[in-house]
Design a binder for this molecule. Structure first.
Ligand SMILES: [Zn+2]
Ligand SMILES: [Zn+2]
Length: 210
């Protein structure tokens, strides 16, 4: 599997491009901004975007989705519990002092247990609310990777003081969905460096798993 991680936008959201080496089909996760950089990665690797996945509707993760869909034709996949947040992109943009991007809406609603495919890539959808009500994580068993959005970070967890956030729900999602994955699973967080499930279970100061 091709996996390129591109930090996009002023908040440095980790946008992931997953590509199948044979079929050249791709999944783009969290195109928050810098759509031209994302399109360039697709072009360089000869990839065609099949699905645009939004882990949650904060502007740094969803901001470039409408533009990327216009350029690639790929549908936007997101959980409906975050629709309220994407309907408030103008408010989110005002917080950051930036121009409001177009709201992409939802083409395909995300559901726990869905499997998103691109060629031989299979990403299992985990509903992991807490940072926002509609937050999802993508687990790719064959690669031992989980794309965690802003649910879990290296040594930290997502903030829960924004609208829709809830700390008890976040801790439950992390313990029941993410810490349940094999310990050697690499965690690709929404911001910052990579970590592993085992490392966070033992050392995360906010949500301990053991
Ligand atoms: Zn967020
Ligand atoms: Zn974020």
């Amino acid at each position: 599997m091709i996996h390129k991680i591109l930090p996009v936008g002023v908040l440095g959201c980790n946008c992931s491009v997953l590509g199948d080496e044979t079929t050249r089909e791709a999944i783009v996760i969290d195109p928050g901004d810098d759509v031209s950089g994302i399109v360039e990665i697709l072009r360089q690797h000869g990839l065609t975007a099949k699905t645009i996945v939004i882990t949650h509707a904060h502007i740094d993760h969803i901001g470039g989705a409408a533009k990327l869909r216009a350029l690639t034709g790929a549908p936007v996949y997101m959980h409906e519990a975050d629709k309220m947040l994407s309907d408030q992109l103008a408010v989110q943009a005002a917080w950051l002092g930036m121009e409001a991007p177009e709201n992409p809406g939802i083409d395909t609603p995300a559901r726990e247990g869905d499997v998103i495919r691109a060629g031989s890539i299979a990403a299992n959808v985990l509903h992991t609310p807490g940072h926002t009500q509609g937050s999802i994580s993508l687990y790719i068993p064959l690669e031992s990777k989980v794309i965690a959005g802003d649910t879990l970070f290296a040594g930290s967890v997502g903030r829960t003081d924004l609208p829709g956030g809830d700390s008890a729900t976040l801790a439950r999602s992390i313990r029941s969905k993410l810490y349940a994955l094999p310990e050697d699973t690499v965690v690709v967080p929404g911001h910052g460096g990579l970590t592993s499930i085992g490392e966070e279970k033992r050392h995360n100061p906010f949500v301990r798993g053991v």
